[in-house]
Design a binder for this molecule. Structure first.
Ligand code: HEC
Ligand code: HEC
Length: 342
């Protein structure tokens, strides 16, 4: 009881104070990007969710469009040589990513980005680490054409799928007149949109089940709010609604001697100097399941990722106890993928 009272006081302060320091401090890229709207954060605070909203279970039963999308997501005919499906790199029952530093795509090729999870991706305000597309529909073109991922094209895919009678009738059953780029993408998006993970321990806590979290996990939540992680990782997806620089207090890349085009982040999209090293703040939902970490998959453990965050994003080292508590809290963000979607 005392603990939760303490939460509310500390958290209420942080919600209103941190975003201001954030907007004047680290979001110097805001002018060049979509305007950052802080009102959702305020309404979250007002609704009593203190910066993070629970994920609601999607309504059921899922329709035939979702079933079709699931099939397409797992269909290697979307790749040039019929070997790679979306699910090759986004394993939905294992955190929605592939557990590798860099995914293995067409003919064993790799890119420079770690595969993010597809779980809850529909809640992100932009897709990809550098936010270069704004929605799931447009995102699908990326992997389909990317020469290190599926290396295919729509003409080829449509031709293959139209030659499959069962597919033709499944598209009709799902309400599409024909198999086209548009209908394939729409079905995949229908699937991805319900690929959400409700019922995490933390969401149970948020929705009134105080005993869903242990004392240590609650301390971790308090640290997450107090230290200011919440100023960037916030909202329903505990991230996914801001662009931020990686290395607010120190240059992470100089310190580690990392040189790659991917490290430039948003700069690769906008060409603006102030967007160098700026990334979409990733969601921390299911983060315990999505090692390795960061856009380049350079960090193997959650402990190390959190230590780097406190040093480079908050400018203050944290104690071992705080670190343990934070990691314990982050582990409570693992939710459940609806079984029919696996
Ligand atoms: C070869 C591995 C690979 C395949 C195949 C693949 N992806 Fe990805 N996916 C990635 C990587 C790597 C990224 C991050 C790329 C970046 O940010 O530049 C990504 C990013 C995404 C994102 C953005 C998530 C976010 O939070 O930014 C979504 C959504 C997604 N993929 C869905 C799909 C779908 C749908 C397919 C099939 C049409 C697919 N992927 C096929 C590796 C893959
Ligand atoms: C100023 C904004 C900011 C703050 C504050 C911040 N983060 Fe981050 N966080 C980011 C960005 C941006 C990334 C992506 C960096 C990259 O991959 O290049 C990230 C990545 C992460 C990751 C890796 C996620 C993944 O899927 O790879 C974890 C874990 C994380 N942060 C936890 C925390 C914790 C815990 C705190 C508080 C101690 C914190 N962050 C504070 C912006 C922030």
């Amino acid at each position: 009881m005392e603990l939760s009272a303490r939460f509310q006081i500390r958290s209420a302060v942080n919600i209103f104070v941190l975003p201001i320091s954030l907007l004047t401090g680290c979001v110097d890229n805001s002018s060049s990007l979509e305007p950052i709207d802080i009102s959702p954060r305020v309404s979250v605070a007002q609704s009593g969710y203190l910066g993070i909203e629970p994920i609601e279970a999607p309504s059921r039963p899922f329709g035939p469009e979702v079933a079709l999308g699931k099939k397409l997501f797992h269909d290697p005919r979307l790749s040039a040589d019929n070997t790679i499906s979306c699910a090759s790199c986004h394993v939905v029952n294992e955190g929605g990513d592939d557990g590798r530093q860099f995914s293995i795509g067409f003919q064993g090729r790799s890119g420079e980005h770690n595969a993010p999870t597809v779980l809850n991706a529909g809640y992100n305000f932009a897709q990809f680490w550098d936010g270069r597309v704004s929605n799931l529909f447009d995102q699908v073109d990326g992997p389909v054409h990317n020469h290190v991922e599926m290396a295919a094209n729509w003409d080829l895919i449509i031709k293959r799928l139209r030659g499959d009678k069962a597919m033709v009738s499944q598209f009709r059953h799902a309400g599409f007149r024909q198999i086209s780029e548009h209908s394939v993408k729409s079905a995949i998006v229908a699937y991805e949109s319900v690929l959400v993970t409700p019922n995490s321990k933390f969401d149970r806590f948020l929705t009134g089940h105080e005993d869903a979290l242990t004392l240590q996990e609650r301390e971790g939540y308090a640290a997450f709010m107090d230290l200011g992680c919440i100023s960037c990782h916030q909202g329903r997806n505990v991230g996914g609604n801001l662009f931020q620089k990686f290395g607010v207090y120190d240059n992470y890349y100089l310190a580690r001697d990392i040189q790659s085009q991917a490290a430039y982040g948003r700069y690769n999209v906008t060409g603006l100097e102030e967007d160098k090293y700026v990334f979409k703040v990733p969601s921390l939902r299911n983060v315990a399941e999505t090692a390795p970490y960061f856009h380049d998959g350079s960090v193997a453990t959650l402990e190390e990722a959190v230590r780097i965050m406190s040093e480079y994003q908050l400018g203050s080292p944290i104690s071992d106890d705080q670190l343990d508590n934070l990691v314990a809290f982050l582990q409570t963000l693992t939710g459940e993928v609806p079984e029919e979607l696996l």
